[in-house]
Design a protein around this ligand. Structure first.
Ligand SMILES: [Zn+2]
Length: 377
């Protein structure tokens, strides 16, 4: 069955044009300018952008991926899909090795179903001084052997590991991760500039939420932020919620890394899509006030209540991105990080029909995944 979406403002990496597209068997089969050759569903001039890709997400709608509970994970995925995220990672926080293995094994079944693009171990190989909302008692020295065990538990779906490269075993663990086909991310780390460069040389290609949980940018001690920003091999994650990082610092990072190396992430946790109140992030108790999640003990920021559509809107409004650039940082660049840029994340012939229809105010009016409406516009 073929579906034509007509009278659309189509956002591609090259620009925005008025036109139409057809979808068949879950894929985009034509993209045209002007009026459609056959009648279809008119979008009344609304924007169509590729579905968002979130490479760092812990849950939502009350569900927390670190618990491994499948029904709650499904609720969280459904929430994020309604907000335009059609591809997402399941990020775990530090837990015991047993706890991580159990969660990874459980979530691997949802990866098989296509709910997640993979599993991200954000802990336990991170620095105590930069552990943020991770349980400091459960942190471990990076261990290639242990990591291989976690990768096995994820049954082919482990996709990323965050490592504090300066810890003993850090660089070896990064090398092992890359050897196992994972993305190695530097983050929750006390690395200095040189140690960050060593991490990148060892194979780290992602900065876990740049700025957060790492030494600050300093003019004599540039720290990891400068190393991560200036190296062409690294993609930097940014939490664009107005809480994690000041907009001026987001603009600074974006100016340096550009849309090709910037990935907007949510770092969302269970409270996303719900109200303020008490939640958990892995084994840690979290209280959410005015949408800001903080640990009950110590008050560290504990993930966000952000959704990708809001991050996208803020990209345009607060960071001054053009629509094609905002699409790139919310979709194409994170897809490239995951190795999926050929298959998804652009409105082009042959790509999966993962689409978001946006109102003039850039609010989500419709979401399609693999040619099926999640929300019909
Ligand atoms: Zn996180």
């Amino acid at each position: 069955m073929s579906l034509t979406l007509a009278d659309a403002r189509i956002v591609t990496p090259e620009g925005v044009h008025e036109g139409w597209l057809t979808i068949e068997d879950g894929r985009i089969t034509h993209v045209g300018h002007g009026s459609a050759p056959s009648p279809g569903l008119s979008l009344g001039g609304r924007h169509v952008v590729p579905g968002f890709v979130d490479i760092h997400n812990h849950g939502g709608a009350g569900g927390s991926f670190p618990t491994g509970e499948q029904d709650k994970a499904r609720d969280a995925v459904a929430l994020h899909r309604r907000h335009g995220t059609t591809t997402m990672m399941a990020s775990l926080v530090t837990d015991t090795l047993d706890g991580l293995s159990r969660a990874a094994s459980s979530l691997s079944e949802l990866c098989e179903e296509g709910l997640f693009a993979g599993i991200h171990f954000e802990g336990p190989y991170i620095a105590k001084a930069r552990c943020g909302a991770h349980n400091p008692a459960l942190l471990r020295e990076p261990s290639p052997r242990e990591l291989s065990g976690l990768v096995k538990a994820a049954r082919g779906h482990a996709r990323m590991v965050t490592v504090a490269a300066e810890l003993p075993g850090g660089l070896d663990t990064i090398r092992t991760a890359v050897g196992e086909g994972l993305l190695a991310a530097l983050g929750h780390s006390d690395a200095d500039y040189d140690q960050a460069i060593a991490a990148i040389e060892a194979g780290a290609t992602v900065a876990t939420h740049l700025y957060n949980a790492m030494p600050q940018l300093g003019h004599r001690a540039p720290g990891p932020i400068a190393a991560l920003l200036e190296d062409e091999r690294v993609t930097v994650e940014l939490v664009n919620d107005g809480v994690h990082v000041h907009p001026a610092m987001l603009r600074l990072a974006y100016e340096v890394a550009g849309p090709g190396r910037t990935a907007l992430i949510t770092d969302a946790m269970a409270a996303t899509g719900l109200g303020d109140g008490d939640y958990v992030l892995g084994p840690m108790r979290v209280h959410v006030t005015d949408g800001v999640a903080r640990l009950v003990e110590g008050g560290s920021i504990a993930g966000s209540t952000l959704t990708m559509d809001a991050a996208f809107r803020r990209g345009v409004r607060e960071l001054g991105m053009s629509l094609p650039d905002a699409v790139q940082v919310a979709s194409l660049t994170p897809a490239r990080v995951l190795g999926l840029a050929e298959a998804i994340a652009a409105i082009a012939v042959g790509k999966a029909a993962d689409l978001v229809v946006l109102s003039a105010e850039l609010e989500v009016d419709g979401v399609m995944k693999n040619g099926d409406w999640i929300t019909e516009p």
